[in-house]
Ligand binder design. Structure first.
Ligand code: MTE
Ligand code: MO
Length: 306
């Protein structure tokens, strides 16, 4: 897909409190046309609602309320224990159906990629959501660097598995290493990024340092952290959550208010952080990115392929 991310909105459109965020330049902005459409095609006119939906969470919220089961299953565990993870040196093995397989060092990757800043909504399957200002690059650029072969249809990802530095891995809640997967067209979509930072700073370990996937129209668990391997395959790859509980977690895991998790409704969500945002709000189809991604699933029954 040759299409790159474009949008006309800036952070200033998303929040009147942009000042705290001290940016020299906002290269990319809010969730663009998808969210605009979700708001009735008048996001600019309905600035207040845009502001509400894309008001970034605080650094404190984003870095202390985390999911990273390798460090424990509590939301506060990653911020307590993830500093035990050594992130230097770091490399990502890219293999499978690519012309240029190999071990790519993190520095080498950064040298080749165009870093951008983007604000994406993030929605968890447990029905909480956040808005995070990410830095990163399009996953498509990294895959193009490795030159994907014609036969590739899926992309598999793996997190670092280093038990000595990851106290949560003594519990077999998931089959380690943590694994995720995307269909190739999802992986190549311009909304799909590999994040290397938040709030203009390098990613804290608890958020998936030094690089993690962000797929804003899917439930949070698809956004795999601390990635060490990316494998191009011709068959749908196994994923940790699907292996753990296939009834509750499908391969696609698109945010969808119409398809409930077997144990709870997905129709509403609670914004992390207090005050104005504490009330539950309706969940948006594809997390508000419907205009951008609905075409990927045109011929699919999303209650079957959940
Ligand atoms: N390796 C790994 N990646 C992971 C997880 C995990 O437990 N291990 N949790 C996922 C889940 S369920 C969510 S909601 C997001 C949370 O990202 P955040 O802590 O940066 O908000 O990370 C995802 N990526
Ligand atoms: Mo999650």
């Amino acid at each position: 897909m040759a299409r790159r991310w474009t949008n006309n909105l800036t952070l200033a459109d998303a929040t009147s409190e942009a000042a705290f965020w001290n940016r020299r330049r906002i290269m990319a902005g809010v969730a663009g046309t998808g969210l605009a459409a979700a708001l009735g095609g008048q996001a600019r006119a309905e600035g207040e609602r845009t502001e509400e939906l894309l008001e970034p969470n605080t650094w404190e919220e984003v870095t202390s309320y985390c999911n990273f089961y390798e460090f424990g299953t509590g939301k506060g565990d990653p911020s307590k224990y993830a500093d035990r993870m050594t992130i230097e040196p770091w490399s990502v093995t890219i293999d499978g159906l690519v012309e240029k397989p190999g071990e790519y060092s993190f520095d080498q990757i950064l040298g080749e990629m165009t870093l951008e800043e983007r604000i994406y909504r993030f929605r968890c399957v447990e029905a909480w959501s956040m808005v995070v200002p990410w830095q990163g690059f399009e996953l498509a650029d990294l895959l193009n660097l490795a030159e994907v072969q014609d036969g590739a249809k899926y992309v598999a990802f793996e997190t670092l598995y280093r038990p000595a530095e990851m106290p949560g891995t003594v519990y077999k809640v998931l089959d380690w290493p943590y694994r995720e997967g995307l269909r190739l067209d999802e992986a190549m979509h311009p909304l799909t990024i590999m994040a290397t930072g938040i709030f203009g700073k390098p990613l804290p370990n608890q958020n998936g340092a030094p690089l993690r996937l962000v797929v804003p129209w899917k439930y949070g668990f698809k956004s795999i952290k601390s990635v060490v391997r990316i494998t191009l395959t011709d068959a749908e790859p196994p994923t940790s959550w699907n292996m753990a509980n296939p009834r509750e977690y499908g391969f696609y895991s698109n945010v969808n208010p119409d398809v409930s998790h077997p144990r709870w409704s997905q129709a509403t969500e609670r914004r992390i952080g207090g005050g104005l945002f504490a009330r539950r709000r309706p969940t948006l189809m594809f997390n508000g990115y419907e205009d951008e991604v609905a075409a990927l699933y045109e011929d699919m029954d999303l209650s079957e392929y959940f």
